[in-house]
Design a protein around this ligand. Structure first.
Ligand code: GDP
Length: 198
């Protein structure tokens, strides 16, 4: 059975102290507007499980969804939205860093990056935060439908090359993904299922 199909909303939290009692969770992070909510909805085959933002950077909640195997996917607030006050942005980057570094239950990180603007500084910062854990990261190059086939191939190769220094520290994989075209769903499923199987 598919892991993501029929995922159910579980809870929303605003503070790390309030994180629920879980055994295993996969964390979804990305810059604001990268397409994270759309990716979650696409994976779960659900139109509005995660809220697709009309105003990026607004929702600063941590949303938990329960997967078919009883474990969880965690939708973390998008980072890097310019119109959020600097103090708020800094606060959230720190919170995300704390969560990624200290949350024992995380078994892997799914990092969503717009295929047209991959590996921005804050994305690298997230990779740095998470590298200390030694846990695996899977990167989705989202909205790949906005690139031609040729550009997709080039982008994938370029990102893989740029990731080489990071890949020395932890298991890293990267793929193209499009919510619009429903491209790449099986590949995400496969990767995440392997994390759960370990
Ligand atoms: P989030 O802030 O990372 O959760 O991003 P959203 O999922 O809210 O998406 C941000 C914007 O990108 C919205 O206008 C979406 O419609 C658009 N978008 C998301 N995924 C795709 C995709 O696969 N293809 C295209 N063309 N647009 C997308």
């Amino acid at each position: 059975m598919s892991l993501f199909q029929n995922a159910q909303f579980f809870t929303t939290v605003n503070h790390l102290e309030d994180l629920p009692d879980t055994q295993a969770e996969i964390a979804f992070v990305g810059r604001s507007n990268a397409g994270k909510s759309s990716a979650i909805n696409t994976l779960c085959n659900h139109v509005r499980l995660a809220y697709v933002s009309k105003t990026p950077g607004r929702t600063q909640h941590i949303n938990y969804f329960q997967l078919a195997n009883g474990h969880f996917m965690v939708d973390l607030p998008g980072y890097g939205y310019a119109q959020v006050p600097e103090a708020v942005r800094t606060h959230w980057v720190k919170l995300l860093g704390d969560y990624l570094q200290t949350r024992q239950q995380i078994i892997g990180l799914v990092l969503i990056m717009d295929a047209r603007h991959p590996l921005k500084d804050l994305d690298k910062q997230m990779l740095d935060f998470f590298a200390l854990t030694g846990k695996p990261v899977h990167i989705l190059l989202s909205k790949s439908d906005k690139l031609s086939k040729n550009e997709q191939i080039k982008t994938l190769a370029a990102v893989k090359k740029q990731l080489q220094p990071f890949a020395e520290r932890q298991a890293l994989s990267v793929q193209l993904f499009s919510s619009l075209k429903k491209q790449g769903i099986d590949e995400v499923e496969h990767t995440v299922a392997q994390w759960f199987a370990q």
